[in-house]
Design a protein around this ligand. Structure first.
Ligand code: CP
Length: 315
């Protein structure tokens, strides 16, 4: 594998899961792969899980790591092509990216949607410049439209907890006070489709995800109906794709609570974190015995290590 941007970069999902289970069992068993190799993690946006789990994954594989918080540690970087650079950004990505690439063997990059316009965000302008100019493999640590390391960990977690071959997995929108990207839900849908689970997406009208991600996935606008018989409830807020970047609802009747969880098939509760308690989900659900958000977050390390192992084997 060269780059890890979406599920499509994984040649065989079953084999990738086997790699993940293998590194989970033997985290320090592949240190020869990363010996004398370096990963640079470039963050345009904040992170707790992605930053720590990806750095730890690289270290488990014997790699050296360097972390750069672009907006705090370095020069402000210009990403527009053909601009007159007489503003506040003294360096262009076209120089910065190959320079970073010359110091390392793999680059991880996090660059969220900016919500200025949909076309720009969905063209993945920054991520694609990294792929074009780095000269080394690129791992997406969440871009404008996808969060593949999160989705790989989500899949791994469902595989560990499922009690039937094809579980019913429900992705539910939940309220949030601020504008959030569609990257996690887009990516989750993409990976769940690839895994061939029984996937249902539920959200208020106006929150339809991009057709290229949804394909023929079932949308159920009645949240309680969607929850019936579910084996996994995955809660997430996202802003509108059609009215791009807008908050159309803050309706707390969409908060995941015990009454709704009681409609499920004793479903496990999942969220990618960070999560706003008693907005997205009630305390009783997230603190309850069916909440698997902590093992889900712990699997971020496993997913990242599996991805880095597959890339290092092909360098
Ligand atoms: N889920 C996730 O990506 O967490 P961070 O934003 O803290 O990295």
């Amino acid at each position: 594998m060269r780059n890890f941007i979406s599920v499509k970069d994984i040649p065989n999902l079953r084999q990738a899961l086997d790699v993940a289970f293998s590194v989970k069992q033997t985290p320090f068993g592949y240190q020869h792969l990363g010996h004398n190799k370096t990963m640079v993690l470039v963050f345009f946006n904040s992170s707790l899980r992605t930053r720590l789990s990806t750095q730890k994954a690289a270290m488990n594989l014997g790699m050296n790591t360097m972390v750069m918080n672009v907006n705090e540690d370095g020069w402000k970087l210009e990403s527009e092509l053909g601009v007159i650079m007489d503003g506040d950004k003294p360096e262009h990505l076209k120089e910065a990216i190959p320079v970073i690439g010359s110091y390392c063997d793999i680059i991880g990059v996090r660059s969220f949607a900016k919500f200025q316009d949909r076309e720009t965000d969905y063209s993945e302008k920054i991520l694609n410049q990294f792929i074009k100019y780095a000269g080394v493999p690129i791992v997406s640590m969440e871009a404008s439209t996808r969060h593949p390391l999160q989705s790989f960990a989500d899949l791994l977690t469902i595989e560990e907890y499922k009690t039937q071959k094809k579980p019913k997995v429900v992705l539910t929108w939940a309220p949030h006070p601020f504008v959030l990207p569609q990257a996690v839900p887009n990516s989750f849908v993409e990976w769940m489709r690839e895994a061939n689970y029984d996937l249902v997406v539920t959200h208020p009208k106006g929150y339809e995800l991009a057709p290229e991600f949804m394909g023929d996935v079932k949308v159920e606008y009645n949240q309680k109906k969607a929850f019936e018989g579910a084996d996994f409830i995955y809660a997430k807020n996202w802003s509108s794709y059609t009215n791009y970047g807008q908050i159309l609802s803050k309706d707390f009747s969409w908060t995941v609570d015990g009454e709704k969880m009681a409609l499920t098939n004793n479903a496990k509760f999942m969220h990618c974190l960070p999560v706003r308690r008693n907005v997205i989900v009630t305390d009783s659900v997230i603190d309850g015995e069916n909440s698997i958000v902590i093992p889900q977050a712990a699997n971020r390390l496993v997913a990242a290590q599996a991805v880095l192992k597959m890339i290092l084997e092909d360098i």
